[in-house]
Write a protein that binds this ligand. Structure first.
Ligand code: ACM
Ligand code: ZN
Length: 563
């Protein structure tokens, strides 16, 4: 038996006789990397897993091994002479260490995320076919290397709006897979909007019976138009739990958002008594800031919100719950709070004087009530930067989206902050200057190099910097209706985001990153995900013309997704 093992090992090494090129194209770039000449063959490699390791980490390594076996076409064996995964309690939860020598590799981490990130680094060091689902002839060898790595920020987020256009659970899982490949760890799931309510709420079934569907959608920016096509969908509580678990296995915490008191027209269409006028309301079919919002003076509104949040926190174990707070007021179309007897009575009761700040103080009251409720249930709130206007109660975290100003102000006031400035991190913007060659987008111009240039500490004192939990990009989907288009908007910009989130400022280098992107493009091809190639002078969808649904189905048959 021993002889056979030696023979098999020798055969495996011979199968990798060609030295691999000493290139390193891992994104995000690890903190410390030393590469030396030589290679370690992983075809049919032995794998050993520390028995002290927790179940989810073992499962993560299992997925890595499965990918290796599929792509190489050769089964691995258990044994200590290959890649050894060991628990090292001295490492931070998201840190890992990889040591690859000619006769074997050691991978150490203390917890799930460390092991996940070590596996992702190993995968990116191998031929991109490891992300595919078929056996491929390639140099299945790792360069000899010593890597020590851990992230700069603890909050490394990516947002998705499944309300303006609905994305299925399977499509959401693909999104999470792409995030996991680049070591992101927070998924901000924007579940409610004027144009569609996406969360099943058992106590308020009309939210999904009525609120999840709109009669049609405005065509581009022709504001009076409507395509007449019913659009919608929602996630059952079981499906949302499935996403929570799927994400957790990939080291990602799902942060759900119930946007309040604005962006609530879909809920008002279902329960019109919750608005200041009593309606009737229709699930909105156009984009922008809707004038109708929740009535702040109606106690039924607080019962409604607390009931929803009670169901929500049963599904989502995240420390943070996002309570929205953005764009509550459409000044041009009128603010219902200004004409509502219930809101007037509430303002009087709170001692809020008439004037331009009154609406902000009333919003502060709504935010504080929801914050108290969630705090009593052991959770913390995050709100868009509008929550800062007036008096925000301590303990809230602010998500800075209207540029960096709100984040800087919040950090200076001692609030924790997640930076998501639209000037750098709104992935619904165009990526090319030649707009007519890109799919129609909301506006703006945000190529991958502009994303990469963002430095989250700019404008912050060392004390205020301590309040920056991390960085997130947002992907709103007013003009993004298919998973293919979603991926096009996401990639490769999310790769640039991953370096902002992961790498120390002095480790960032656009030329190095840009040179590594070609390997990521191969990875996306292997995964079957779409991406934008403007960064290589290929504009818009020219390279991969937008497919008809039939063509897409055919394409997916030939290039099945790897997850
Ligand atoms: C936002 O983009 N309205 C947060
Ligand atoms: Zn009111």
């Amino acid at each position: 038996m021993k002889k056979l093992t030696i023979l098999l090992s020798a055969l495996a090494v011979m199968a990798c006789a060609k030295p691999v090129p000493q290139e390193f194209h891992v994104i995000p770039m690890p903190a410390q990397v030393e590469i030396t000449d030589g290679a370690f063959c992983v075809k049919g490699v032995q794998i050993s897993v520390d028995p002290a390791m927790d179940e989810l980490s073992q499962k993560a390594i299992g997925r890595f091994v499965e990918a290796l076996e599929t792509a190489t076409g050769v089964k691995t064996r258990s044994g200590e002479k290959g890649i050894c995964f060991t628990v090292n309690p001295d490492l931070a939860p998201e840190a890992y260490c990889i040591d690859i020598k000619a006769d074997g590799a050691s991978v150490q981490a203390s917890a799930l995320n460390g092991f996940l990130y070590a596996c992702e680094t190993l995968k990116q060091m191998l031929p991109a076919a490891i992300y595919g689902n078929k056996a491929v002839k390639a140099d299945w060898a790792l360069p000899l290397a010593h890597i020590e790595d851990q992230p700069r920020f603890t909050y490394r987020g990516m947002h998705l709006d499944p309300c303006r256009h609905f994305f299925t659970i399977e499509e959401t899982k693909r999104y999470l897979d792409v995030m996991a490949a680049y070591k992101l760890n927070r998924f901000h799931w924007h579940l409610t909007e004027d144009q569609g309510w996406r969360m099943e709420v058992k106590a308020y079934p009309k939210l999904t019976e009525i609120g999840a569907w709109r009669d049609g959608t405005v065509i581009k920016k022709d504001w009076d138009s409507n395509d007449g096509i019913r659009h919608g969908g929602f996630y059952t509580q079981e499906e949302m739990k499935e996403i929570v678990n799927y994400a957790a296995e990939r080291g990602i915490t799902v942060i759900p958002e119930i946007d309040l008191p604005g962006h609530m027209v879909a809920a008002l269409a279902a329960y019109p008594n919750l608005g200041c006028t009593g309606g009737p309301y229709k699930v909105w079919s156009r984009w922008g800031v809707a004038p109708d919002i929740l009535c702040a003076g109606n106690e039924d509104v607080y019962t409604f919100l607390e009931t929803i949040l009670t169901e929500l926190i049963d599904i989502f174990p995240s420390e943070y719950i996002h309570i929205g707070g953005d764009e509550a007021f459409n000044e041009e179309m009128g603010i219902p709070w200004d004409h509502c007897p219930k809101c007037a009575a509430k303002m009087q009761q709170l001692g809020i004087k008439k004037g331009p700040m009154a609406k902000h103080y009333l919003q502060n009251y709504v935010t504080a009530r929801i914050q108290d409720f969630l705090n009593q249930h052991g959770r913390k709130i995050i709100g868009w930067d509008e929550v800062l206007e007036g008096n925000l109660a301590p303990g809230a975290t602010v998500m800075s989206w209207r540029g960096v100003k709100g984040g800087i102000e919040a950090a200076n006031k001692g609030f924790d902050v997640v930076m998501t400035p639209n000037s750098y991190l709104y992935f619904d913007y165009y990526q090319s200057k030649e707009r007519d060659k890109e799919p129609f987008a909301i506006g703006g111009y945000l190529p991958v190099e502009n994303v990469y240039a963002y430095e989250p500490y700019t404008g912050l004192t060392p004390n205020a910097q301590k309040h920056i939990l991390g960085v997130q990009a947002n992907l709103w989907t007013e003009y993004v209706a298919t998973p293919e288009h979603l991926e096009y908007m996401l990639l490769p910009r999310m790769c640039a985001l991953s370096e902002i989130q992961w790498c120390a400022a002095d480790k960032k280098d656009f030329a190095r990153f840009d040179a590594s992107l070609d390997h990521s493009f191969e990875i996306f091809d292997a995964m079957g995900v779409n991406y934008c190639l403007d960064v290589r002078g290929l504009i818009g969808l020219d390279r991969q013309p937008a497919r008809t649904p039939e063509e897409l189905e055919e394409y997916l048959k030939e290039n099945p997704r790897s997850w």
